[in-house]
Ligand binder design. Sequence first.
Ligand code: SF4
Ligand code: SF4
Length: 385
Amino acid sequence: MVEMSTGTTNLVRTLDSVDFLKMDRRTFMKVVGTIGASAFLATYKTEIVDALELAETKLIWLHGSECTGCSESLLNGGNPDIVQALTKLNVNLAFHETVCMQQGIWNDGKLVNTAELNSEILLEELYKEGNYFLVVEGSIPNGPDGSGRYLVIGNKTFKDTLGEAAKNATAVIAVGTCAAYGGITSANSDVAKDTDYRGVAFAKNDKTKGMLQELGIEKPVVNIPGCPAHPDWVLLTLGAVILGKLKLEDLPAALDEYGRPKVFYPPDHTVHENCPRRGYYDRGEFDTEVGGEKCLWKLGCKAPYAHADCGIRRWNGSVSMCTQAGGPCINCVDPGWPDSSRPLYVEREDIGIAGANIDTIAKVAVGAAAVAAGVHAVRRMGKGE
Ligand code: SF4
Ligand code: SF4
């Protein structure tokens, strides 16, 4: 932690002398990927204010089927807090159900009152004005039978609300694994076919079945999965888009095959590589009960599959992360999550290598470290990496 903080501080000092407006997209995204939202906003405060003097960016933030954990994560991001971040980026959070005061007012079955008191009227006015980014948190049920009626708010299905909001949006940012891929709401179950939960542009890892495709709407979409999404991933992506450093036409190069910014979800890097318990893994020393200090692989850690920068960025103001706090990574950023990580707290590769149990192999010859490396290799072969 100390090392990381010192490294980041030095980097920020170096960046102080760099004109970020002249940085090309690639350099900018590298910088954004390395430092946290707080350092980013502090370092570029003057330039951001200059660049944004004329431009206010409107955000409409909608909630589908979800727990509001991603909004909580963002609101808990105290460094900077959400108000400071949005103020610096000149963002007008025009609509957000959890933090706005507006609420639907009904009288004898009819909507009454003005936009100040009525969320539906406010939303319609915002749609008409256009020129906004749409943030979606939560998944969208398509069921039953394509009606979307498993989620109705104010007598309107969320499927229809998303369609109306997306039509005039400049781009859509799907925050959290539910909005990106369906997440926990789309987990395999007896009712999954009936509820038919979708992400904005994907249904699990299928990009032909996102809700926008279902509605016949084409829009640029950025996915920021995570359960919840990291505040830095959200704020820095918004910052990059708003400042024009991540242009919509650049998205294909900046995003991976699942629509995630590669800078935060690196295709060639996993959480495992920077885990504070990695030394134990390499020595083949594993915890078999929770509460220990060794590698959590045998307790079902899925970090060797998880493409995210949690190990470098850490959470809660860079203080800790799942494995550091003793919880095996469940690869919450994966398009197939949670099914792709099930069973959550069970070692995945206990079938061993070439039919032999890894514990047996360890006793016979190669030693635990080599076994760990072999398991890793088998995993990579299995995933075609
Ligand atoms: S398997 Fe999990 S706990 Fe073990 S080193 Fe990798 S990330 Fe850390
Ligand atoms: S460490 Fe794993 S489970 Fe934890 S936030 Fe990162 S990807 Fe998700």
